[in-house]
Design a protein. Structure first.
Length: 107
């Protein structure tokens, strides 16, 4: 899944960094400085909501999109939710909206 998302989003013109765990997301953010973050609900170590909470506590306001293959109740804080299986074009639209939102929110 990571490789597919990397290839697709790179093809859409985005610079992409992929990591496999929630802890790696938190480690990568200060260096990579993403415009949007996609997290899976179920990642090794930290869940998607754990990552969101840690990012917000650290003052990171980047839009976060949650990906999940399970029926979940999503709390506020996520820019959007993609339920697996999802259409790549739909994902591209949500990512583009999140990037645009992040840019206008930081002005």
């Amino acid at each position: 899944m990571l490789e597919l998302l990397d290839i697709f989003l790179t093809g859409q013109g985005y610079e992409v960094a992929t990591v496999a765990t929630g802890a790696q997301v938190l480690d990568a953010v200060p260096t990579f400085q993403p415009d949007v973050i996609l997290v899976d609900m179920r990642m090794p170590g930290l869940s998607g909501t754990d990552v969101l909470d840690a990012l917000r506590r650290a003052g990171v306001t980047v839009p976060v999109i949650l990906i999940s293959g399970h029926q979940i109740t999503v709390r506020e804080g996520f820019f959007g939710v993609l339920r697996k299986p999802f259409n790549l074009l739909t994902m591209a639209e949500v990512v583009a909206a999140a990037v645009a939102h992040g840019r206008t929110s930081s002005v």
